[in-house]
Design a protein around this ligand. Structure first.
Ligand code: SAM
Length: 203
């Protein structure tokens, strides 16, 4: 089962599952960020990525369907002294605003194909022209590894899925391969991932 209750239970049992530091690949994109940019941290869990973006001077909305996760995100933002808009919502049925965000961070959010398509469409709608998507997710080669990720194969990402969901976007980075994760107790060790930075067309 994967729903908001399941995620609330996971965060309840294991605080800091993915650590408090932001995702390394997202942090590597710091040179693309400017203070004042509007960012959406999608499926932001306990807020590590949204809080880091806010610390870079961005105007951040963190969205997750786990109320437990978003309460922790708000607490982490307060502890770091940054502003964060924490939204508890199901991304598949969220009322995605039109042309609102300069950046969407999609970090380890694994969805069934129909949900993934709905969220991708929402994201396409909500990015400004020229806006960026930064994505890291596990790939099928991760199956059987213990360094993180979902058990259901249909939730995993490939380069081809990224190209299909975001057809028409400019590819700035698109890689599928092995990286070493060190993100809290649940993301440790060699892992097979897809990493992407894509830009929505300017018109
Ligand atoms: C593996 S965790 C990653 C959390 C965070 N992005 C990070 O890297 O620390 C996946 C997150 O996606 C959220 N999520 C999954 N499906 C969702 C949906 N339909 N709407 C909103 N959040 C969702 C979960 O609640 C969970 O917090």
């Amino acid at each position: 089962m994967s729903d908001s209750n399941a995620w609330n239970a996971r965060y309840g049992e294991t605080p800091g599952m993915f650590g408090e530091a932001a995702n390394e690949f997202l942090m590597e994109q710091a040179h693309r960020l400017r203070p004042g940019m509007a960012a959406l941290a999608l499926g932001d869990g306990e807020g590590r990525n949204g809080v880091w973006l806010a610390g870079q001077g961005l105007d951040v909305t963190a969205l997750d369907w786990s109320a437990t996760g978003m309460a922790r995100a708000a607490a982490l933002a307060a502890a770091r002294g940054v502003a964060l808009r924490a939204v508890v919502a199901d991304a598949t049925i969220w009322d995605w605003p039109l042309g609102q965000f300069d950046l969407v961070a999609w970090i380890f959010v694994h969805l069934p194909p129909a949900d993934r398509a709905a969220v991708s469409a929402g994201l396409r709608h909500a990015l400004k022209p020229g806006g960026l998507l930064v994505l890291e997710c596990f790939s099928p080669a991760q199956e059987g590894r213990r360094s993180g990720g979902p058990r259901m194969a249909e939730l995993l990402f490939t380069r081809a899925i990224v190209e299909q969901e975001f057809a028409g976007f400019e590819v700035l980075v698109l890689l599928e391969g092995a990286v070493r994760l060190d993100e809290g107790p649940k993301h440790q060790g060699l892992a097979e991932v897809v990493r992407a930075v894509l830009r929505k067309p300017a018109i």
